[in-house]
Design a protein around this ligand. Structure first.
Ligand code: FPP
Length: 250
C-alpha cells in the first residue's frame, strides 16, 4: 500500500479527511535528564518540563486526529534508578493526574494504563483507577500511559495466562493465532501501532511495545523530550505520511 505524501504544514494545520494521519502513535519520551544537565538543573527539573511536553503533545495529538497516543512514562527497568528519582517521577505522575483530570475529561480524552501498574503505590493505583473510570466514556483521544511497563514482561504475562487457560481447559493451544494473542496484550482493543517516535537522538526500542511495533514506522528525533511540541509531532506525522508501508507485501 502506498500513501499520499503530506506536508508538515498541512499536518500542523490540524489534518483533513484525505491525510494519512496515523491512528495510533507511541512515544518514548527520552532526554529529560540531559535537558536539565544542559541547564545545570537537577534532573527533577527535566522531568517537570517533561510534563509540560506531555500536556502539549496530548492536546496536539487530539487536534491532529490521532486516535491513540501511548506514552512510555515508567519502564519496568526504571526501578533501577535511585529511590529519590523514582519518588520524584511517581510524585509528578500523581500531580499530573490530579491537576489534569478535569481538563482531560473535558477534552474527550479516555485514559488507559498499560503495564503492570497495580504494583505501584496503592494510592496511585486508586487515583489511576478513578481517572480511568471517570474518562471511560470519552472517545476523542485515548491516552495510554505505560507504567511499570516492559514489553518482555507483557509477553511473559500473556504467555503465562495462555498456559494457565490451556491447563484449565479454557483455551485450545491449536486455536492460538495473532488475534487470540493480541486480545491478551495490555493494548487489547486499541488500533494497530502505526508510528513510534523516540526523542533525544537515541535509536533503540528499550523494551517498548515489541509485539505492537512489528509494522510500525519508526521516527527518531534529536529534540530532547522537554522541548517536544506540536510542530515536532506534526513533522513526525508528515514523515509517516511519506513512508510507503508494505506489511511484507510488494
Ligand atoms: C526519560 O528521560 C524520561 C523518563 C524516564 C520519564 C518520563 C516521564 C515523564 C515525562 C513524566 C511523567 C509522565 C506522564 C505521562 C505524566 P531520562 O531521565 O532517561 O533522560 P536522560 O536519558 O537524558 O537522562
Amino acid at each position: 500500500m502506498s500513501v499520499t505524501p503530506i506536508s508538515s504544514a498541512s499536518a500542523a494545520g490540524g489534518g483533513g479527511p484525505d491525510l494519512p494521519v496515523p491512528r495510533h502513535v507511541a512515544i518514548i519520551m527520552d532526554g529529560n535528564g540531559r535537558w536539565a544537565k544542559k541547564r545545570r538543573l537537577p534532573r527533577f527539573a527535566g522531568h517537570k518540563q517533561g510534563i509540560a511536553a506531555v500536556n502539549r503533545t496530548v492536546r496536539a495529538a487530539g487536534d491532529l486526529g490521532v486516535e491513540v497516543l501511548t506514552l512510555y512514562a515508567f519502564s519496568s527497568e526504571n526501578w533501577r534508578r535511585p529511590a529519590a528519582e523514582i519518588a520524584d517521577l511517581m510524585g509528578l505522575l500523581r500531580h499530573y493526574i490530579r491537576a489534569e483530570l478535569d481538563e482531560l475529561a473535558r477534552e474527550g480524552v479516555r485514559l488507559r494504563i498499560i503495564g503492570d501498574y497495580r504494583k505501584l503505590e496503592p494510592d496511585l493505583v486508586a487515583l489511576l483507577d478513578h481517572a480511568i473510570e471517570r474518562t471511560a466514556g470519552n472517545d476523542r483521544l485515548t491516552l495510554a500511559i505505560a507504567l511499570n511497563y516492559g514489553a518482555q514482561d507483557e509477553l511473559l504475562r500473556v504467555t503465562r495466562r495462555l498456559m494457565r487457560e490451556a491447563r484449565a481447559g479454557e483455551f485450545d493451544p491449536d486455536a492460538l493465532d495473532d488475534a487470540a494473542f493480541e486480545a491478551r496484550l495490555d493494548t487489547s482493543g486499541l488500533p494497530r501501532l502505526d508510528l513510534l517516535i523516540r526523542t533525544s537522538g537515541e535509536q533503540r526500542l528499550s523494551n517498548f511495545l515489541l509485539w505492537q511495533a512489528a509494522y510500525a514506522e519508526l521516527v527518531f528525533v534529536d529534540t530532547l523530550w522537554p522541548d517536544f511540541d506540536r510542530a515536532h509531532l506534526a513533522a513526525a506525522i508528515a514523515v509517516f505520511g511519506q513512508r510507503e508501508r508494505r506489511y511484507g507485501g510488494l
